[in-house]
Ligand binder design. Structure first.
Ligand code: MG
Length: 159
């Protein structure tokens, strides 16, 4: 059996007055991620995990931020393209596990919507999609509410 694992990590700065989009879900907050795209730090980490499993480089290689066509883009579109890369190579996604680290707001009320949205975009069952959130106990840039980080792992199986 051909099994592959990948991991991804991403960070975005937070700034007042921007939209906060995580796992394709808009979360009500006073701050949002500074980015060339919609700043969906969670999906960016997930894309890197999937690309990493296939040794295809990273999200910046596939979707350069110097490219105007990706300005403000909905990151679920980027995830769709990455998932196409997975299926074109004969793999299916066994499961993904994602952790978002930010101090505020509480993400728990949004977690199930996030899981459902990611499952929909990746065409897999929601029980294969784990989204977790943590604070950093007010430590570091996440704790100071200067930024958000996300880590993800993905397991692929050759069909
Ligand atoms: Mg990013």
């Amino acid at each position: 059996m051909d099994i592959r694992i990948g991991q991804g990590y991403d960070v975005h700065a937070l700034a007042e007055g921007l939209r906060l989009v995580l796992c394709g879900i808009e979360v009500e907050h006073t701050k949002g991620c500074v980015a060339h795209s919609d700043g969906d730090v969670a999906i960016h980490a997930l894309c890197d995990a999937l690309l990493g499993a296939l040794a295809l480089g990273d999200i910046g290689k596939l979707f350069p931020d110097s490219d105007a066509q990706y300005k403000g883009i909905d990151s679920t579109k980027l995830l769709s393209i990455v998932v196409d890369n997975v299926t074109e190579r004969g793999y299916s996604i066994s499961n993904i596990d994602l952790t978002i680290a930010m101090q505020r707001p509480k993400l728990r009320p949004h977690i199930d919507n996030m899981r459902e949205r990611l499952a929909e975009v990746m065409h897999i069952d929601v029980d294969r999609v784990s989204v977790k959130a943590t604070t950093t106990e007010r430590l570091g840039f996440e704790g100071r509410e200067e930024g958000v980080s996300a880590t993800a792992v993905a397991l692929l199986i050759k069909a």
